[in-house]
Structures are given as structure tokens and as C-alpha cells.
Design a protein around this ligand. Structure first.
Ligand SMILES: NC(=O)c1ccc[n+]([C@@H]2O[C@H](COP(=O)([O-])OP(=O)(O)OC[C@H]3O[C@@H](n4cnc5c(N)ncnc54)[C@H](O)[C@@H]3O)[C@@H](O)[C@H]2O)c1
Length: 337
């Protein structure tokens, strides 16, 4: 039996991954503090441990008690835009927490650490398609944290022989995503807004583009990479191949949900914020190693997610409790829905 740890397994991508690993016969233990994930997301068959990756004693105890073969490390708070305003929390949670996991992967001789980094490591404010060899120059603390962890994993490999596979997904959407997080996941935010007020909010004019990626298209390579020799100690972009503007996304969703009898009353444009304008990546490398991967058309993926979201119903959008800097914090994050 393969023993796997999934950190962040109560979250969006982590719960899909856990389901996949269970179907492959892994024994899965989830470590999650439920800060972003939900207990209801946890797939039947997984063992759930509520704990924080920042707590090194909790992490150490878990590694001590279980002989993990593989560690899939997904736990993080991935609110890229908000990360400017929660810098200390971002680095503690996403870097120090990850270092606790890396230390114990070394200490307990885990066979491979699989890490979900992000396209945010590339940064760049101008239009660009990234290959894994593109220059990395993150423009926000979230991206900096992801890059720091990637680099630490690389150093741990060089120094201690820790084997790893790193994935850099981007703009993933789908069922089980937290649509009540007001700071992240534009697809989920739009769906929640459609259900709550019918008014969609967009930063700037909506011309910023994203290659939205359906979650079902990225899970298999992440789960199965442990069987691929060529995926060892390497980094892969993974996700959608086609870019859409945020405005296009809004129109597509309005049209799609109108068809189902819910009328969205429109779009409100908010002051522009500093963010990557066009985020897309090449996926030649992941295809060379894993073969052709599914590429769910946007409308199809959105329809699947909407079906699920409608059933779930609208969600509250609580504010982050401990914002560290308020200078330039977007108004919509200060008040209102
Ligand atoms: N969703 C995307 O578009 C996307 C894109 C690129 C990379 N990623 C990365 O993929 C991973 C999963 O993202 P997601 O979208 O599923 O987010 P998510 O918020 O749904 O899942 C993250 C999970 O980690 C848990 N968590 C956070 N901090 C923790 C801590 N200190 N200790 C224990 N658990 C903690 C949360 O409760 C949550 O269940 C993250 O590392 C994220 O950075 C996501």
C-alpha cells in the first residue's frame, strides 16, 4: 500500500487530488487547518488530521507516526492580490509552513515531494507566454513565496537528495472551489455574485487575460507523476492553453446563467489594480512527459462548475481578519460585497 500525505486536502485542488489518489489505491492522510478548505470536501476513505503546517510539532508528529512514501504539498493561502496586504502571514503560512514539510520529507526519507507552485513565479506585467525556462520575476508576495519554496526544494535536493516534482498550475476552476473567498478565484467570485446580487465586479476594464484551467484536466499528472521517471526533479507548467479576458469570462457566465433563468443585472468596473495583465503558459514539456492531456472547453467546464455551485447556493464572503497593510487596499475589500 502506498502511503501518501496530502496537505491542503480539504481544499479545492487537494480534494480532487485525494479522490484520485484513493482511486489509485493510495492510503491518504490529509493535513489541513480548514482555513480555506471545508470538512465537507474531504473524500470518504481519507484520514483527516486537522492541523497547521506552520506548527512544526504537529507536522513532525504526523511524519513520525506515519511512514509516508509520497507527500503532495498543496496547503497554502493563494490569494495573490491580497498577498501584498498580508505579507507577514503570506510568508509564514506559505514559506515557513512549507519548510516544515520539506524538513520532515528529508528527515523521514520521503520518496518524493510533489509541490503545487504557481504561474505567479513568472510575474511580468506585460504580455508573455511562459515556458519553464522563462525568467522568473514574481511581482507579488504570493509569487515570491512560491518561488522561495521551489528554490528551497531544489536546494534540499542538491544537499539531501530529496526527490521532487513541481507543478505550476494557473487559474484553476471547478467543483469544490471556495466561491465565498472574496479575494481570489474570479470564476467562483462571479458565480457567487450572480447568485447573490446579479452584479459582477471587475478590476479595470476586464481586458486582463487568463488561461482558465478546468480542475479535472490537471489532476492526473499531479497524482501520477510519482510513476514517471522523467518527472523526477523537474518543474512543469500545467493548465489551460487558451486565454480569455476577464470581461469575456463575465459575458460567458452571464449568458450561460441567463439561459438557466437567472438574470444578471450587469457588470461594475472597479479601479484598476496592479496585477499581471496576461497570464498564460506553454505546456509542451508536460505533454512530452505525460502525453496529451484533456483540455475541457471553457463553456463545458463552467457549466459543470455552475451546476455544482447552484446546488451549493450562494456563500458568505467573510473578510480576512488580520490585514496588515491598508495602503491602497481595493475599496471593495474594505467594505461591501
Ligand atoms: N487554484 C488555482 O488556480 C491555483 C493556481 C496555482 C497554484 N495553486 C496552488 O494549489 C494549491 C491548492 O490551491 P487551491 O486553489 O486548491 O486552494 P484552497 O484554498 O482550496 O486549498 C488550500 C488548502 O490548504 C489549507 N491550508 C492553508 N493554509 C494551511 C495551513 N497553514 N495548514 C494547513 N492547511 C492549510 C486550506 O484550508 C485549504 O483547504 C495551493 O498551493 C495553491 O497555491 C492554485
Amino acid at each position: 500500500m502506498i502511503n501518501s500525505l496530502v496537505t491542503g486536502g480539504a481544499g479545492f485542488i487537494g480534494s480532487h487530488l485525494t479522490r484520485k489518489l484513493l482511486s489509485l489505491g493510495h492510503n491518504v492522510i490529509i493535513l489541513d487547518n480548514l482555513s480555506g478548505g471545508l470538512f465537507e470536501n474531504i473524500p470518504k476513505g481519507a484520514v483527516f488530521v486537522r492541523g497547521d503546517i506552520q506548527d512544526r510539532y504537529c507536522v513532525r508528529g504526523l511524519f513520525e507516526a506515519n511512514k509516508f512514501d509520497y507527500v503532495y504539498h498543496l496547503a497554502a493561502y493563494a490569494a495573490e492580490g491580497l498577498s501584498h496586504y498580508i505579507r507577514r502571514f503570506n510568508y509564514h503560512n506559505n514559506v515557513i509552513g512549507s519548510i516544515n514539510i520539506i524538513n520532515d520529507c528529508i528527515r523521514y526519507k520521503v520518496k518524493r515531494l510533489i509541490y503545487t507552485s504557481s504561474i505567479a513565479v513568472y510575474g511580468h506585467l506585460s504580455s508573455f507566454s511562459f515556458t519553464e525556462d522563462s525568467m522568473v520575476r514574481p511581482i507579488d508576495p504570493y509569487g515570491i513565496a512560491k518561488l522561495a519554496v521551489e528554490q528551497d526544494i531544489h536546494a534540499a535536493h542538491e544537499m539531501f537528495g530529496l526527490e521532487y516534482t513541481i507543478f505550476r498550475p494557473h487559474n484553476v476552476y471547478g467543483e469544490y472551489q471556495n466561491i465565498g473567498d472574496r479575494y481570489r478565484n474570479v470564476v467562483g467570485i462571479f458565480m457567487n455574485q450572480i447568485m447573490k446580487t446579479g452584479v459582477l465586479t471587475i478590476f479595470g476594464d476586464g481586458s486582463q487575460t487568463r488561461a482558465f484551467s478546468y480542475v479535472g484536466d490537471i489532476i492526473d499528472p499531479i497524482a501520477n507523476c510519482i510513476s514517471y521517471e522523467r518527472a523526477k526533479n523537474d518543474i512543469f507548467n500545467i493548465g489551460g492553453n487558451y486565454s480569455y479576458s476577464v470581461l469575456d469570462l463575465a459575458h460567458t457566465l452571464i449568458k450561460m446563467t441567463d439561459k438557466k433563468g437567472i438574470r444578471s443585472s450587469g457588470i461594475v468596473f472597479l479601479p484598476v489594480r496592479k496585477e499581471v495583465l496576461d497570464a498564460r503558459a506553454y505546456h509542451d514539456k508536460v505533454r512530452v512527459v505525460f502525453g496529451n492531456l484533456p483540455s475541457t472547453p471553457l463553456e463545458e467546464g463552467l457549466a459543470k462548475m455552475w451546476k455544482w455551485a447552484e446546488k451549493e447556493g450562494p456563500k458568505e464572503t467573510p473578510k480576512f481578519k488580520d490585514i496588515e497593510l491598508t495602503e491602497g487596499l481595493p475599496e471593495i475589500w474594505v467594505k461591501g460585497e
